[in-house]
Design a protein around this ligand. Structure first.
Ligand code: DGJ
Length: 363
């Protein structure tokens, strides 16, 4: 096998066995000098849009060459398991908890045969970075907790009349003119908040956050995790209600928080968005599309959708924007678009490169 010496965004990416890497919607954990890439293992055809195998993990020391480390979290053969084969298991992210010494995985989980109506979060734990991870919870987060950033007057459950007003509404997970942007978090107070596309972010002080598309995808939530990272800590905010942000991917640069997101258009690409705030529970504002030309499809995030921001170890201010070029007709053939983040006036931007390597960050 010839070693990979560069990134080739959008092209096949062979692992140590010469097989295209199978870790979609993924994230990367750096642990003890090694990078671990966790992602959705897809199978061929449209069937691959559901989970038939589990979460795949690869390891690398140089970010170009990845060794297949197998399945970190396997789907279950038990039809009663929340992660039974055929469920939807998306966007897994893994963090290491230095107090408990456990590796903790969160992912978006849809029980088998409910489409995207479940909107659950799955949590799994392992003693070893490559697994096996064991599922410990499948639930809707923030049950019985009000967001920190809503007026006290809105901290009340829906009345029967309000509930009647939204029942039967088509809230299919994409922008709708009638989207009731101040009602769904109140509806879901007692049963837990909907949680779909997600990422995890560990801040400099070790506090961790679960960032997920909630309220039928219309509103992002940023939710603090407990000290062991296994559950919500009971503190969360709503971000840009009614703006319909998916595919969150966080970075912190010089004390400021930046969040890449996308619009909600299913598997089809759309323009990326950049959000920013000076504290994680602060006021998030939208800065626009971070993709710059010249290059292919800057209005469609280079035909991809964000999944994670990877800080490059040992290089200052070096981050890789990780995105998926989905192929819903043949899910296993989804490609990876990894591009360097370039700061202009302290704001992250992304430009297309047919081929690039880490020396980009030495400029
Ligand atoms: C867009 C999301 O970003 C993906 O993770 C996936 O849920 C697709 N929608 C499904 O259509």
């Amino acid at each position: 096998m010839t070693a990979n010496k560069s990134f080739l965004p959008g092209q096949l990416w062979p692992d140590n066995n010469g097989v295209h890497i199978n870790a979609h919607g993924g994230g990367v954990l750096f642990h003890n000098g090694v990078y671990y890439w966790f992602g959705e293992h897809k199978i061929e055809g449209e069937a691959g849009n559901a989970a038939h195998v589990g979460v795949h993990v690869y390891s690398s020391r140089d970010l170009y060459n990845w060794q297949d480390e197998g399945i970190a979290l396997a789907v279950s053969d038990d039809s009663k398991s929340p992660i039974t084969r055929g469920c939807i298991l998306e966007r897994p992210k893994v963090v290491f908890n230095s107090r408990t010494k456990k590796f903790v995985m969160w992912f978006h989980l849809e029980p088998k045969d409910v489409g995207y109506a479940g909107s659950l979060s799955g949590v799994a734990v392992a003693d070893n970075v490559t697994g096996p991870f064991q599922l410990i919870n499948a639930f809707r987060p923030n049950t019985g907790v009000w967001p920190l950033n809503v007026p006290d007057a809105d901290k009340r459950e829906l009345s029967a009349a309000e509930l009647g007003g939204i029942s039967g509404m088509d809230l299919n997970g994409g922008p709708r003119p009638w989207y009731p942007k101040q009602l769904l978090f109140r509806r879901d107070f007692a049963g837990g908040q909907m949680a779909r596309d997600m990422t995890l972010f560990v801040d400099d002080d070790g506090s961790a956050y679960h960032i997920y598309s909630s309220e039928a995808n219309g509103t992002l939530h940023i939710s603090r995790l407990s000290d062991d990272y296994l559950s919500p800590a009971g503190k969360f905010i709503r971000v840009l209600p009614g703006r319909f942000n998916e595919a969150p991917a966080m970075l912190k640069f010089r004390g400021r928080y930046f969040l890449f997101t996308s619009d909600c258009t299913g598997w089809a690409p759309n323009p990326a968005r950049l959000l920013t705030a000076d504290t994680i529970f602060g006021n998030w504002e939208e800065l626009g599309n971070p993709c710059l030309g010249p290059g292919v499809e800057i209005t469609n995030t280079f035909i991809s959708q964000s999944t994670f921001v990877l800080p490059v170890h040992g290089k200052a201010d070096a981050f890789i924007f990780m995105a998926d070029r989905w192929n819903p007709a043949n899910a296993i053939d989804g490609r990876y678009v990894w591009l360097p983040v370039e700061f202009r006036h302290d704001v992250p931007t992304i430009s297309w490169h047919d081929e690039w390597n880490l020396s980009f960050f030495d400029k």
